[in-house]
Design a protein. Structure first.
Ligand SMILES: NC(=O)C1=CN([C@@H]2O[C@H](COP(=O)(O)OP(=O)(O)OC[C@H]3O[C@@H](n4cnc5c(N)ncnc54)[C@H](OP(=O)(O)O)[C@@H]3O)[C@@H](O)[C@H]2O)C=CC1
Ligand SMILES: O=C1OC[C@@H](O)[C@H](O)[C@H]1O
Length: 485
């Protein structure tokens, strides 16, 4: 066994040195370790313990080998991941984790029929232990962090099973069904001293980080507005999670939340730039006043003090929205939404749908620059920005031209960061850019290696709360405008 282990690590090291991006690690090492483990358990706990261990590992593992495809910038370590909810996205997440060299320790199904055998199939495919209940996964002492990939209606309940067991949690978007759920989840995570992050995985893509850095650098000036459109024509199946009210369906909870979350982060950048915020005389009065109080403190207050309710949006955010509801249900979900949002003086024009195609775009419109994430903007691999002459600087120097066909353009910026495709042996995948889950997986692992890390810096808890509050307000308004017809 030692010899095989040495061989494997030599192969890895040699190829890493050679800068190779792809290499194959023999699976035998894991099999031998597994057998050794079973043997030790049998000695220690007797025949019963041995039988139990036998039932929880794969008796017929695939012997194809584990494909490792390193995505640039992804350095997954040895944090021990669990996955709860073994549906469509869980598969792609597991592929990305394994393919990027991460460690999937155990998985659990617990809602749909046959959880035991489904978990066994999934676990064996990825060389992970498997359970037929979420509680059993929560009790596994070898799991550090759990990815909750259930449908939306279960995000809160399932995430809390793990939080209460002291596990860190990466829960799929949206955080919960509404802002009170999101607050309950984040509060409990804080009380247990564990990380709870919503999987706004787009925030960790190098292209999104580049965009945020460009905006922060002030090259474009103050951000006045953003606009985004994301959605698709969902299969017309009332039992699927997209359209089902029981499963927490609806366009805003599915795709609209990405747009709102990115917008919230951009609005906050305006207030991080000291001395520059109040430049525009047209900015509404409350924006000036609010810049002093800081968005973060405002939304975070109920997390710091459990007796505080959710932060008020009054005087800070305005929402106007309209859309379509799927009237075939008694409790209809929004299937199409158009919304105008204002948060502390920064504006968003949002479109989302489960009934039509979308360009999957997100644009930032600033005082003297624009920035566009290329489609699909929820997992972008390229972006561009245009920097125009700062009209006020030019005016002060008496060099301001009269713009007839747009402001004079000073520079074009472009950034690209491609993602490798899935390893052939693990196809079919559902999300062609799913290897990009590696970015958020890396961020979670970095947080777990940092003492007292309770949130990802790229997806702070307050942005999860603010997003869910604005999403709630948009959904409410769509219902109100529809009821008025
Ligand atoms: N970040 C991203 O890019 C993406 C995120 N998502 C998010 O991931 C989550 C899961 O999406 P997806 O994988 O497509 O969902 P699925 O429809 O494949 O269901 C996932 C799991 O939800 C649990 N579940 C509970 N009740 C039901 C029910 N009545 N019908 C179906 N499943 C149920 C099951 O868990 P069990 O196996 O334990 O029984 C099921 O396997 C959603 O919250 C979605 O928003 C989805 C796609 C992309
Ligand atoms: O997060 C998501 O991204 C991709 C979509 O297809 C999916 O419905 C959504 O949940």
């Amino acid at each position: 066994m030692l010899q095989i282990r040495k061989m494997v690590s030599e192969v890895k090291e040699e190829e890493e040195e050679a800068g190779e991006k792809v290499w194959i690690v023999a699976e035998e090492r894991n099999d031998l370790r597994r057998w050794a483990k079973i043997g030790r358990a049998a000695l220690a706990a007797g025949v019963l313990g041995a039988l139990l261990s036998w039932a929880l590992v794969c008796t017929s593992p695939t012997r194809k080998g584990t494909v490792v495809v390193k995505t640039p910038g992804i350095n997954l370590g040895r944090k021990r991941w669990g996955i709860a909810g073994l549906g469509r996205i869980a598969y792609d997440f597991a592929v990305s984790l394994k393919a990027n060299g991460g460690h999937l320790e155990a998985v659990a199904a617990g809602s749909l029929p046959n959880p035991g055998s489904r978990a066994s199939d999934f676990g064996c495919r990825f060389g992970a232990r498997h359970y037929g209940t979420y509680e059993a996964l929560a009790a596994d002492p070898k799991v550090d962090v759990v990815y909750v990939a259930t449908t939306n209606q279960l995000h809160m309940d399932v995430a809390l099973v793990f939080v209460r067991a002291g596990k860190a949690v990466l829960v799929e978007k949206p955080t919960g069904l509404d802002a009170p759920q999101a607050l309950a989840m984040l509060r409990e995570a804080r009380a247990h001293g564990v990380l709870l992050a919503t999987n706004f995985w787009n925030m960790l893509f190098p292209v999104t980080r580049w965009a945020i850095d460009v905006v922060k650098s002030n090259k474009l000036g103050e951000v006045l507005a953003a606009r985004g459109d994301m959605g698709f024509e969902a299969v017309d199946n009332l039992h699927d999670r997209f359209l089902s009210p029981e499963l927490g369906g609806g366009a805003m909870l599915d795709m609209g939340c990405y747009i709102v979350h990115l917008f919230v982060q951009l609005a906050a950048i305006n207030f991080e730039r000291k001395g520059d915020v109040a430049r525009l005389p047209t900015r509404p009065r409350e924006a000036y006043e609010f810049s002093r109080a800081k968005l973060r403190d405002h939304f975070e207050a109920p997390l710091r003090n459990a007796s505080r309710p959710l932060a008020s949006l009054d005087g800070l955010a305005r929402v106007r929205a309209t859309g379509h509801l799927d009237r075939r249900n008694d409790d209809p979900v929004d299937v199409e939404a158009s919304a105008a949002v204002e948060l502390a003086g920064t504006r968003l024009l949002l479109g989302t749908s489960l009934q039509r195609a979308s360009p999957f775009t997100f644009d930032v419109l600033a005082a003297h620059g624009t920035l566009s994430l290329d489609s699909p903007a929820n997992c972008p691999t390229s972006a561009s920005a245009a920097v125009y002459r700062d009209a006020n600087d030019a005016r002060n120097n008496n060099t301001a031209p009269t713009p007839c066909c747009g402001q004079p353009r000073l520079a074009d910026l472009r950034f690209a960061s491609p993602i490798p495709s899935y390893p052939e042996s693990l196809k079919p995948e559902r999300y062609p850019r799913g290897m990009g889950f590696g970015y958020v997986q890396t961020a979670v692992e970095a947080c777990l290696s940092t003492p007292n890390c309770l949130e990802l810096p790229e997806i702070p808890a307050w942005t999860q709360l603010a997003t869910q509050q604005i999403v709630d307000a948009i959904i409410r308004e769509i219902h109100q405008t529809n009821d008025a017809f």
